[in-house]
Design a protein around this ligand. Structure first.
Ligand code: SF4
Length: 464
């Protein structure tokens, strides 16, 4: 029977099938950070369990790290505690840690792929929902809860039922100014935040195939925002070229063997999905969100929808009230106080290059605070080597040190109550970027243009 990409990787990792539909499922890579690992370490220690395969665990500090003066002690007590606990646990259990100040430190979903830790055909987990990012390489990657983190530490396996499969195909050429972020915001706006619940999504079609690996990671990263268990894209020459030569990628003869295997990882003709959706790339415009979930997105020059199903009307009104917007209103001309370019969705070197290309020779609007946070030390280093830091500084942008930063209000970087922030991150819930903060999700290009204009504009005027 013809197999999907999901079938092939899943079947290769089933250690044992349990009557009743559960599989003992093998995990190749376990990424950990300071937020969800402390309780897991406590659990395995309390039960006297050793780590089963610690060489398959890699740790980094990202959520709680400051993005200024990382050489100084962390000021926030809770953040300091979390990061110290991670350091202590990794030392005690002899786990590779790319902690604060380490040249490989970064947001776990940026650091893993750029080091070549993430590879096609793998199963990858982390106690973080945006682990779906790694599916861009043709891997089964998903977030797990704290007790599952402990399970993987103790057994390198999870007890799982196989998710349903969905294929989302977007064919055709995108319009100028439409990036990977716009494609996924468009798809989520069509499906809603629960539209892929229970499914593992494979992205197919020329619009995804034409994306760089950075773009594919942006797409898979946001799979979780429509409820999907994860997202994946079949590996191809773009994937192999990205991985070739990276520190943890196979070398020499092992590289050739790996590529030969990776080349078999695609959905076969005639393979069945539980659900199939198709969109036309030409219908996608530069996007922005107007509400308090990532599904509340629209073309940047559209009007906020007035018609919503009766069952959603109360939450819709509450959401718009929080944002200070009205149904039927245009966002064009809305003044913005903050621009945040960063997060595991859009903090890679390609994102920083795109911003730098646009802002070169321009200045940000005086009333806007424009923060740009590289996803890792390696991205930061590359930005400095390429002179991107100088371009950004001349334009009035503040280039910070790597971390999750204002993607979530769990560290020192917070957006003040009432302020509007155009953000390249992935979540716009009430208070996500700080109590009372109001987040509009968009691409790095839209964010850069907004910073310069000081307000939301129809970006097509810049595209020539
Ligand atoms: S950047 Fe944001 S979404 Fe990504 S791992 Fe950090 S907190 Fe989570």
């Amino acid at each position: 029977m013809a197999k999907t990409l999901l079938d092939k990787i899943w079947d290769a990792h089933v250690v044992k099938s349990i009557p009743g539909g559960l599989d003992v499922f093998y995990i190749d890579r376990h990424l950990i950070h300071e937020v969800t690992s402390p309780q897991a370490f406590d659990e395995i220690e309390a039960r006297g369990l050793p780590l089963f395969r610690k060489e398959q665990i890699v740790a980094t500090a990202d959520h709680n790290v400051p993005t200024k003066n990382q050489h100084l002690p962390i000021q926030e007590p809770l953040s300091r505690f979390q990061v110290d606990k991670l350091t202590e646990n990794c030392a005690k259990h002899n786990i590779e840690l790319y902690g604060l100040g380490h040249e490989k430190q970064g947001i776990v979903h940026v650091m893993g792929p750029e080091l070549g830790i993430t590879q096609p055909g793998m199963t990858i987990v982390c106690g973080d929902s945006h682990t779906s990012t790694h599916g861009a390489f043709g891997a089964i990657a998903f977030g797990i809860g704290t007790s599952q983190v402990a399970q993987v530490m103790a057994s390198q396996c999870l007890l799982l039922s196989k998710p349903k499969s969905m294929r989302i195909t977007v064919d055709g050429d995108v319009r100028p100014g439409v990036t990977a972020k716009d494609i996924i915001l468009y798809v989520i706006s069509k499906l809603g935040t629960g539209g892929a619940t229970g499914y593992f999504v494979e992205y197919a079609g020329s619009a995804f195939r034409n994306l760089s690996m950075e773009g594919r990671m942006t797409v898979c990263n946001m799979s979780i925002e429509m409820g999907a268990r994860g997202g994946m894209i079949a590996p191809d020459q773009t994937t192999f070229d990205y991985l070739n030569g990276r520190e943890f990628a196979p070398k020499g003869e092992r590289w050739d063997q790996a590529v030969a295997y990776w080349s078999t990882l695609f959905t076969e003709e005639g393979a069945a999905f539980d659900k199939e959706l198709t969109f036309d790339a030409a219908d996608i415009a530069p996007m922005i969100t107007f509400g308090t979930n990532p599904g509340m997105g629209m073309a940047i020059d559209a009007l906020i929808p007035t018609e919503v199903p009766v069952s959603e009307q109360a939450s819709y009104s509450k959401s718009l009230q929080y944002m200070g917007f009205q149904p039927g209103e245009s966002l064009l001309g809305k003044e913005i106080q903050y621009v945040f370019i960063g997060s595991c969705t859009n903090s890679r070197i390609e994102d920083l290059r795109q911003v730098a290309r646009f802002v070169q020779g321009k200045k940000k609007a005086p009333h806007v605070e424009a923060i740009i946070v590289p996803g890792s030390k390696q991205v930061e280093k590359q930005a400095i080597e390429e002179g991107i830091d100088k371009v950004l500084a001349e334009a009035g942008f503040e280039l910070r040190e790597p971390g999750c930063s204002a993607c979530l209000a769990m560290n020192e970087d917070k957006i003040p109550a009432g302020a509007y922030c155009v953000s390249t991150s992935n979540r716009n819930f009430e208070g996500r970027q700080g109590p009372g903060s109001r987040t509009l999700l968009a691409s790095p290009l839209v964010a850069a243009i907004t910073a310069v204009e000081g307000k939301i504009v129809d970006i097509t005027q810049y595209l020539n």
